[in-house]
Design a protein around this ligand. Sequence first.
Ligand code: ATR
Length: 276
Amino acid sequence: MAPPAACLIGWPAAHSRSPIIHNYWLKSLGIAGNYRIEAVKPDQFASFLGELAARGYVGANVTMPHKERALELARGDARARAVGAANTLWFDSGVLCATNTDVEGFVGNLDVSAPGWDRAGGDVLVLGAGGASRAVLFGLLERDIAKIYLANRTRGRAEALARQFGERVKPIGWEDVAAALSRAKLLVNTTSLGMKGQPPLEIDVAALPADAVVADLVSVPLHTPLLSAARARGLRTADGLGMLLHQAVGGFALWFGKRPTVNAELRALVEADLTK
Ligand code: ATR
C-alpha cells in the first residue's frame, strides 16, 4: 500500500511553505508519507475532491481560490462555518470534513509567544475585517475574551462581523484606533498594511500599555514595521510565521495521526525560505 499522502490544492499553484513544514514533520517523526502541491483549476475542484481518496490522499489543505467552495463541498465544523472558508480537509469514516486551522494557528502562536495573553484583562483591539479577521475573532471568542474592539477602514465590514459574532465584538471607527490603543492589552493586525508592496500600518506603539502584546498576521516581511516598533519598546509579539507554523499542526495530526510540535529548527527552515 502506498504511504499516506496529503496535498495543498490551489490555483495557480502558488509558492507555498506548507510542503516544507509537513515534510519536515514527516521526516522528523519517522512517518512514511508525503505532502505535495496539486494545481487544480476552479472548474475541476469539485471533481478533484470527489476523487481525493481514490488519488491516495488522506486529506488536504486548500488555498486560493478554493477555500469557500471547499466548505460547501465538505462537512464544515464550527470554526470553518464561522470563518466562512475551509483550509483543511480530512476524512472521518469516509465523510469529507472541513475545518479552518487559522483559528488555532492564531491562538496557538499567541500561547507560545506571549503565555498568559488571555488572562491580562484590558481590551483587545483587532484591525481589519476580512477573512483573516474572522479567524482571529472566532479564536478570541473561543478563549472567552469578553470584549473585542474591531476597527476597519470600511466600517460596514466591521459592523457586519459584529452582527455575526455577537455583542462581545464592538465595531469602532478607523479614526478611533489611536484613542483605543491606550487600553489595548492585545493589538492584532489582520489588515494587509505592512505587507511587502503595501503601505505601512501607522500605529504609535508608544500609546499601548507597557504590558501589551502585539500580533501581526503579515508574514512577508517577517519583521513588519509594527512588530519591530513593538519589540523596540520591549513589548511581547506574535508574528505571521508563527501563525503559519501553528496552523499546520492540526492538519498534520488529522492526516498522519501524530501531533507535531513547532520547534526552532522548523522555524529557521521556513524563515530561510521566506527571506530568500
Ligand atoms: P484577508 O482575507 O487576508 O483578511 P481581505 O478580506 O482582502 O483579506 O481584507 C484585507 C483587510 O485589510 C481589510 O480589512 C481591508 O480593509 P477594507 O475592508 O476597508 O478594504 C484592510 N486594508 C487593506 N488595505 C488597507 C488600507 N490601505 N488601509 C486600511 N485598511 C486596509
